[in-house]
Design a protein around this ligand. Sequence first.
Ligand SMILES: [Zn+2]
Length: 164
Amino acid sequence: MGAHLDEKWMRLAIQTATQDGSDPAKSPIGCVIILDGKVFAAERNQTEPLNDATAHAEMMAIRKAGAAHGDMELRGATLYSTLQPCGMCTMASVWSKVGRVVYGAEREDVHRMYFEAHHVDTLGFVRSAYRDDLEIEGGCLRSECARLYYGPNDEVPADDQGNL
Ligand SMILES: [Zn+2]
């Protein structure tokens, strides 16, 4: 799949991330899942509205895409996320059997509040799950995606920090 198509779908992920506003405190993370050139899911992070710590954009999209596909296995699909998937979402990607994960901003581009307190080697998860066939590529529209979030050195009020 070409870079041009990846950028097209990442723009949809950015649009999805910001559909309910772009306050970086609300973790505007968007995820789309594409299979055979069709949008199977376009979801944003909904942990606060749903009071559900697992309602990350990628988790929501994997649930929706499985339902739309009529099969929990999303083989051949590409998952696009505006931010590097966390440990939970990386493992969910492994279980869902998507073929590719493409993300925008990298962990080091954003404030640490968006990730686990300790570094989790998510690429290690993929190797340990014997999913050498799962491609993970970062940096698609990297700066546009990074602009959605607090930067690594921004002063973020403790109340707004999701991981404390
Ligand atoms: Zn996640």
